[in-house]
Design a protein around this ligand. Structure first.
Ligand SMILES: [Zn+2]
Length: 275
């Protein structure tokens, strides 16, 4: 219940342009839910790729399961990703990478996303959940953070123009990069972004076979087991898990969603394919 992503910033074009963009973003930050993000989306993709490389270079912290060793587990994960991505509700479905990876770590109940659509799911989370639709809800939430570009906005808020410009232009020292990477491991989204990601999880799942409020199941189980005080990415302290369950269910009711299949037995096979 502790580990999160490590991010690194990479190069984009002109420093002046970056300065303008970051200033504009900081003006919008309190009301921006993704629509006013003025970064070129290439920045999200570059950033995501840097993070992916950082994660792969650090197998002690992130024990990423190889696709060649666990083809069956990845078949399950990829099928779920496709169902959500093909909902027709994503803005950057064709632009972002949308690659999902499994991290072998049964102690961590977490999943996280990078900018540009790299999603990481811990085996601890998969084993904790009971149905495929529960995990689909969490995946939808993480996909939303990337597609709605919350991650990029959060970085803007944390680092401001000078440090980000240095990093973006590849001019930061390795010490600075390491420090930023470390602090990014505790990256928290705002309450507004968490609610937005929950709402979009419902929206993405709505056209699928899954019940659209799948994300609520995770919080319900945590509440049942009195574990709601933890800090995985999608369980920030605000809004409270109770409110999130309520909100997610209300969102589902507000839309016409027909999916009802929780795919319980197929999910058991997914779990069985994990180490
Ligand atoms: Zn979240």
């Amino acid at each position: 219940m502790k580990k999160q992503s490590v991010l690194r910033i990479t190069s984009i074009s002109a420093i002046a342009l970056i300065a303008i963009i970051f200033s504009a973003c900081s003006l919008f930050k309190s009301l921006d839910l993704g629509r006013a993000n003025l970064f070129p989306i290439d920045q999200d993709k570059e950033l995501g790729l840097q993070v992916k490389q950082e994660i792969e270079a650090n197998p002690q912290e992130y024990n990423v399961m190889k696709r060649s060793e666990y083809p069956e587990a990845y078949q399950h994960l990829d099928r779920m990703m496709s169902a959500i991505l093909n909902s027709g509700e994503l803005k950057y479905k064709d632009e972002f990478a949308w690659e999902a990876y499994l991290i072998k770590d049964d102690e961590t109940l977490n999943a996280f996303c990078t900018p540009g659509g790299y999603i990481y799911v811990y085996t601890g989370l998969i084993k904790f959940l009971d149905n495929e639709s529960d995990l689909a809800g969490v995946l939808g939430h993480e996909i939303a953070h990337a597609d709605r570009r919350h991650s990029t906005q959060q970085l803007t808020k944390l680092y401001g123009v000078e440090i980000l410009s240095q990093l973006a232009l590849g001019q930061a020292s390795s010490t600075t990069i390491a420090a930023v990477a470390k602090s990014l491991a505790q990256l928290k989204f705002s309450r507004a972004h968490e609610t937005d990601a929950d709402n979009h999880s419902v929206k993405y799942l709505c056209p699928t076979e899954y019940p659209a409020d799948g994300a609520a199941a995770f919080f319900e189980k945590l509440i049942d087991q009195n574990m709601a005080g933890g800090t995985p990415e999608f369980l920030s302290t605000h809004p409270s898990p109770d409110n999130r369950v309520e909100n997610i269910k209300a969102q589902r009711k507000s839309l016409t969603c027909n999916g009802t299949n929780e795919f319980t037995s197929r999910y058991a096979k997914f779990k069985a394919a994990l180490p």
